[in-house]
Design a protein. Structure first.
Length: 279
Protein backbone atom coordinates (compact mmCIF):
# COMPACT_ATOMS: atom_id res chain seq x y z
CA UNK A 1 0.00 0.00 0.00
CA UNK A 2 1.52 3.41 -0.98
CA UNK A 3 2.93 5.25 2.03
CA UNK A 4 1.80 8.64 0.68
CA UNK A 5 -1.85 7.58 0.71
CA UNK A 6 -1.54 6.27 4.26
CA UNK A 7 -0.01 9.55 5.38
CA UNK A 8 -2.73 11.61 3.69
CA UNK A 9 -5.43 9.43 5.18
CA UNK A 10 -3.89 9.75 8.62
CA UNK A 11 -3.75 13.56 8.36
CA UNK A 12 -7.21 14.01 6.81
CA UNK A 13 -10.12 11.74 7.81
CA UNK A 14 -11.88 12.55 4.53
CA UNK A 15 -9.13 10.86 2.51
CA UNK A 16 -9.85 7.19 1.75
CA UNK A 17 -7.48 4.93 -0.15
CA UNK A 18 -8.64 1.93 -2.18
CA UNK A 19 -6.41 -0.97 -3.16
CA UNK A 20 -7.57 -3.37 -5.87
CA UNK A 21 -6.56 -7.00 -6.18
CA UNK A 22 -4.99 -6.14 -9.56
CA UNK A 23 -5.14 -3.46 -12.22
CA UNK A 24 -8.70 -3.55 -13.56
CA UNK A 25 -8.25 -0.44 -15.72
CA UNK A 26 -9.08 3.23 -15.30
CA UNK A 27 -12.82 2.86 -15.85
CA UNK A 28 -13.17 0.27 -13.09
CA UNK A 29 -11.02 2.40 -10.76
CA UNK A 30 -13.28 5.41 -11.31
CA UNK A 31 -16.39 3.35 -10.59
CA UNK A 32 -14.81 1.90 -7.46
CA UNK A 33 -14.05 5.38 -6.13
CA UNK A 34 -17.47 6.76 -7.02
CA UNK A 35 -19.16 3.89 -5.19
CA UNK A 36 -17.48 4.93 -1.91
CA UNK A 37 -17.75 8.70 -2.38
CA UNK A 38 -20.12 10.37 0.08
CA UNK A 39 -19.87 14.10 -0.76
CA UNK A 40 -22.02 16.26 -3.00
CA UNK A 41 -19.91 15.77 -6.11
CA UNK A 42 -17.03 13.71 -7.52
CA UNK A 43 -14.06 14.73 -9.65
CA UNK A 44 -12.57 12.13 -11.98
CA UNK A 45 -8.88 12.79 -12.57
CA UNK A 46 -6.09 10.53 -13.84
CA UNK A 47 -3.09 10.19 -11.55
CA UNK A 48 -0.56 11.20 -14.22
CA UNK A 49 -1.74 14.85 -13.89
CA UNK A 50 -1.89 15.24 -17.66
CA UNK A 51 -5.24 16.90 -17.04
CA UNK A 52 -4.49 20.04 -14.95
CA UNK A 53 -5.94 19.87 -11.40
CA UNK A 54 -6.09 23.70 -11.42
CA UNK A 55 -9.13 23.38 -13.67
CA UNK A 56 -11.16 21.85 -10.82
CA UNK A 57 -11.82 25.35 -9.45
CA UNK A 58 -13.53 26.23 -12.75
CA UNK A 59 -15.51 22.97 -12.58
CA UNK A 60 -16.77 23.83 -9.10
CA UNK A 61 -17.74 27.35 -10.20
CA UNK A 62 -19.85 25.98 -13.08
CA UNK A 63 -21.34 23.32 -10.79
CA UNK A 64 -22.44 26.02 -8.36
CA UNK A 65 -24.15 27.75 -11.28
CA UNK A 66 -26.46 24.75 -11.49
CA UNK A 67 -24.75 22.32 -13.86
CA UNK A 68 -24.81 18.66 -12.84
CA UNK A 69 -21.84 17.60 -14.96
CA UNK A 70 -18.84 19.76 -15.89
CA UNK A 71 -16.32 18.07 -18.16
CA UNK A 72 -12.97 19.18 -19.53
CA UNK A 73 -12.93 19.76 -23.28
CA UNK A 74 -9.52 19.35 -24.88
CA UNK A 75 -9.37 22.05 -27.53
CA UNK A 76 -5.75 21.15 -28.22
CA UNK A 77 -3.22 18.53 -27.15
CA UNK A 78 0.55 18.89 -26.88
CA UNK A 79 1.32 15.95 -29.12
CA UNK A 80 2.29 15.25 -32.76
CA UNK A 81 -0.27 16.62 -35.19
CA UNK A 82 -1.01 13.14 -36.57
CA UNK A 83 -2.29 11.94 -33.19
CA UNK A 84 -4.23 15.18 -32.73
CA UNK A 85 -6.04 14.60 -36.04
CA UNK A 86 -6.82 10.98 -35.15
CA UNK A 87 -8.22 11.87 -31.71
CA UNK A 88 -10.40 14.66 -33.05
CA UNK A 89 -11.59 12.46 -35.90
CA UNK A 90 -12.53 9.67 -33.48
CA UNK A 91 -14.64 11.91 -31.23
CA UNK A 92 -16.51 13.30 -34.24
CA UNK A 93 -17.07 9.81 -35.60
CA UNK A 94 -18.35 8.59 -32.23
CA UNK A 95 -20.71 11.56 -31.90
CA UNK A 96 -22.10 10.99 -35.40
CA UNK A 97 -22.64 7.24 -34.82
CA UNK A 98 -24.01 7.37 -31.27
CA UNK A 99 -27.72 7.10 -30.54
CA UNK A 100 -27.44 10.29 -28.43
CA UNK A 101 -25.05 13.28 -28.46
CA UNK A 102 -21.63 12.63 -26.92
CA UNK A 103 -19.46 15.72 -26.25
CA UNK A 104 -16.53 15.97 -28.59
CA UNK A 105 -12.94 16.08 -27.29
CA UNK A 106 -14.14 15.38 -23.71
CA UNK A 107 -12.29 12.74 -21.70
CA UNK A 108 -12.94 11.31 -18.24
CA UNK A 109 -11.69 14.47 -16.47
CA UNK A 110 -14.91 15.93 -15.06
CA UNK A 111 -16.94 16.96 -12.02
CA UNK A 112 -20.12 14.93 -11.52
CA UNK A 113 -22.94 15.73 -9.11
CA UNK A 114 -23.87 13.00 -6.61
CA UNK A 115 -27.28 12.50 -8.27
CA UNK A 116 -25.58 11.74 -11.59
CA UNK A 117 -23.06 9.49 -9.82
CA UNK A 118 -25.94 7.45 -8.46
CA UNK A 119 -27.39 6.92 -11.92
CA UNK A 120 -23.97 6.12 -13.40
CA UNK A 121 -23.48 3.40 -10.81
CA UNK A 122 -26.84 1.91 -11.76
CA UNK A 123 -25.48 1.25 -15.25
CA UNK A 124 -24.34 -2.30 -14.57
CA UNK A 125 -22.30 -2.98 -17.70
CA UNK A 126 -18.87 -4.46 -16.94
CA UNK A 127 -16.99 -3.16 -19.97
CA UNK A 128 -17.93 0.45 -19.30
CA UNK A 129 -16.97 3.60 -21.19
CA UNK A 130 -17.65 6.32 -18.63
CA UNK A 131 -17.52 9.35 -20.90
CA UNK A 132 -20.26 7.74 -22.98
CA UNK A 133 -22.32 6.74 -19.94
CA UNK A 134 -21.92 10.27 -18.59
CA UNK A 135 -23.57 11.60 -21.73
CA UNK A 136 -26.21 8.85 -21.65
CA UNK A 137 -27.60 9.73 -18.22
CA UNK A 138 -28.22 13.33 -19.28
CA UNK A 139 -28.87 16.14 -16.75
CA UNK A 140 -27.44 19.63 -17.23
CA UNK A 141 -23.94 19.38 -18.67
CA UNK A 142 -21.34 21.86 -19.85
CA UNK A 143 -17.70 21.86 -20.85
CA UNK A 144 -14.63 23.86 -19.86
CA UNK A 145 -12.02 24.30 -22.58
CA UNK A 146 -8.34 23.69 -21.89
CA UNK A 147 -5.11 22.70 -23.59
CA UNK A 148 -3.96 19.25 -22.53
CA UNK A 149 -0.19 19.30 -21.89
CA UNK A 150 2.25 16.43 -22.06
CA UNK A 151 2.53 14.00 -19.14
CA UNK A 152 4.31 15.39 -16.08
CA UNK A 153 5.99 12.05 -15.37
CA UNK A 154 5.97 8.45 -16.49
CA UNK A 155 5.47 6.95 -19.91
CA UNK A 156 2.08 6.45 -21.50
CA UNK A 157 1.04 2.86 -22.14
CA UNK A 158 -1.27 3.97 -24.93
CA UNK A 159 -0.30 2.95 -28.43
CA UNK A 160 -2.12 2.55 -31.73
CA UNK A 161 -3.46 -0.91 -30.84
CA UNK A 162 -4.77 0.24 -27.45
CA UNK A 163 -6.39 3.29 -29.00
CA UNK A 164 -8.13 1.09 -31.56
CA UNK A 165 -9.43 -1.06 -28.69
CA UNK A 166 -10.77 2.08 -26.94
CA UNK A 167 -12.43 3.19 -30.18
CA UNK A 168 -14.10 -0.19 -30.64
CA UNK A 169 -15.30 -0.18 -27.03
CA UNK A 170 -16.88 3.25 -27.47
CA UNK A 171 -18.53 2.59 -30.83
CA UNK A 172 -19.86 -0.89 -30.07
CA UNK A 173 -21.12 0.24 -26.63
CA UNK A 174 -23.17 3.21 -27.85
CA UNK A 175 -24.03 2.59 -31.47
CA UNK A 176 -25.67 -0.04 -33.65
CA UNK A 177 -24.77 1.88 -36.81
CA UNK A 178 -22.24 -0.77 -38.00
CA UNK A 179 -25.03 -3.35 -38.03
CA UNK A 180 -27.30 -0.92 -39.91
CA UNK A 181 -24.52 -0.36 -42.44
CA UNK A 182 -24.13 -4.09 -42.97
CA UNK A 183 -27.87 -4.48 -43.52
CA UNK A 184 -27.99 -1.61 -46.01
CA UNK A 185 -24.87 -2.79 -47.81
CA UNK A 186 -26.16 -6.35 -47.96
CA UNK A 187 -29.53 -5.31 -49.41
CA UNK A 188 -27.84 -2.98 -51.89
CA UNK A 189 -25.42 -5.64 -53.13
CA UNK A 190 -28.19 -8.23 -53.29
CA UNK A 191 -30.25 -5.86 -55.47
CA UNK A 192 -27.22 -5.15 -57.66
CA UNK A 193 -26.61 -8.90 -58.00
CA UNK A 194 -30.17 -9.46 -59.17
CA UNK A 195 -29.82 -6.72 -61.77
CA UNK A 196 -26.50 -8.11 -63.03
CA UNK A 197 -27.97 -11.61 -63.19
CA UNK A 198 -30.86 -10.35 -65.29
CA UNK A 199 -28.52 -8.42 -67.62
CA UNK A 200 -26.18 -11.37 -68.06
CA UNK A 201 -29.08 -13.73 -68.74
CA UNK A 202 -30.55 -11.34 -71.31
CA UNK A 203 -27.14 -10.84 -72.91
CA UNK A 204 -26.59 -14.57 -73.14
CA UNK A 205 -29.96 -15.12 -74.80
CA UNK A 206 -29.89 -12.14 -77.18
CA UNK A 207 -26.17 -11.87 -77.90
CA UNK A 208 -24.48 -15.21 -77.09
CA UNK A 209 -21.07 -14.07 -78.27
CA UNK A 210 -21.01 -11.00 -75.98
CA UNK A 211 -21.05 -12.92 -72.67
CA UNK A 212 -17.70 -12.74 -70.81
CA UNK A 213 -15.87 -16.01 -71.42
CA UNK A 214 -13.15 -15.76 -68.72
CA UNK A 215 -13.05 -16.63 -65.01
CA UNK A 216 -11.59 -13.31 -63.82
CA UNK A 217 -15.04 -11.79 -63.25
CA UNK A 218 -16.13 -14.83 -61.26
CA UNK A 219 -12.99 -14.83 -59.12
CA UNK A 220 -13.25 -11.11 -58.38
CA UNK A 221 -16.90 -11.52 -57.43
CA UNK A 222 -16.10 -14.41 -55.10
CA UNK A 223 -13.25 -12.50 -53.46
CA UNK A 224 -15.38 -9.38 -53.01
CA UNK A 225 -18.37 -11.12 -51.47
CA UNK A 226 -16.11 -13.38 -49.40
CA UNK A 227 -14.31 -10.37 -47.94
CA UNK A 228 -17.65 -8.68 -47.28
CA UNK A 229 -18.82 -11.76 -45.38
CA UNK A 230 -15.67 -11.78 -43.25
CA UNK A 231 -16.13 -8.10 -42.37
CA UNK A 232 -19.77 -8.71 -41.48
CA UNK A 233 -18.89 -11.69 -39.28
CA UNK A 234 -16.17 -9.65 -37.55
CA UNK A 235 -18.56 -6.79 -36.74
CA UNK A 236 -21.20 -9.18 -35.42
CA UNK A 237 -18.48 -10.95 -33.44
CA UNK A 238 -17.56 -7.68 -31.70
CA UNK A 239 -21.14 -7.29 -30.47
CA UNK A 240 -21.33 -10.95 -29.43
CA UNK A 241 -18.06 -10.58 -27.49
CA UNK A 242 -19.55 -7.69 -25.51
CA UNK A 243 -22.64 -9.82 -24.80
CA UNK A 244 -20.42 -12.63 -23.48
CA UNK A 245 -18.62 -10.21 -21.11
CA UNK A 246 -21.92 -8.98 -19.71
CA UNK A 247 -23.54 -12.41 -19.40
CA UNK A 248 -20.62 -13.79 -17.36
CA UNK A 249 -21.51 -11.31 -14.62
CA UNK A 250 -18.00 -10.99 -13.22
CA UNK A 251 -17.42 -8.00 -10.93
CA UNK A 252 -15.85 -5.05 -12.78
CA UNK A 253 -13.28 -4.65 -9.98
CA UNK A 254 -12.17 -6.40 -6.77
CA UNK A 255 -11.11 -4.35 -3.76
CA UNK A 256 -8.44 -5.95 -1.60
CA UNK A 257 -8.02 -3.25 1.09
CA UNK A 258 -9.33 0.09 2.29
CA UNK A 259 -7.30 2.85 3.99
CA UNK A 260 -9.08 5.02 6.56
CA UNK A 261 -7.37 7.17 9.15
CA UNK A 262 -4.02 5.84 8.06
CA UNK A 263 -5.02 2.27 8.86
CA UNK A 264 -5.21 -0.50 6.28
CA UNK A 265 -8.04 -2.99 6.59
CA UNK A 266 -8.92 -5.91 4.37
CA UNK A 267 -12.01 -5.34 2.29
CA UNK A 268 -14.64 -7.99 2.85
CA UNK A 269 -16.99 -8.57 -0.10
CA UNK A 270 -20.72 -8.74 0.42
CA UNK A 271 -22.16 -12.27 0.23
CA UNK A 272 -23.96 -12.98 -3.05
CA UNK A 273 -27.71 -12.71 -3.10
CA UNK A 274 -29.43 -16.12 -2.90
CA UNK A 275 -30.77 -17.44 -6.17
CA UNK A 276 -34.57 -17.82 -5.93
CA UNK A 277 -35.75 -21.38 -6.26
CA UNK A 278 -37.93 -22.27 -9.21
CA UNK A 279 -41.53 -23.00 -8.38
Amino acid sequence: MPVAIRQLSSADPYVIGISHARNFGSQAAFRSGMALASCEACVLLDGDLQDPPELIADFVARWREGYDVVYGRRVRRDMPWRWEVLYKGFYRLLDSLSDFPIPRDAGDFSLIDHRVVGWLLRCRERDSFLRGLRAYVGFRQTGVDYVRPERMFGTSTNNFRRNIAWAKKAIFSFSTAPLDWLTTLGLGLFSLTLVLMALLAASKLLYPSSAPPGVVTVLLGIMFFGSLNLVGIAVIGEYIAKIIVEVKGRPPFIRSAIIKGGRVSDFQPQPPSPVPEAE
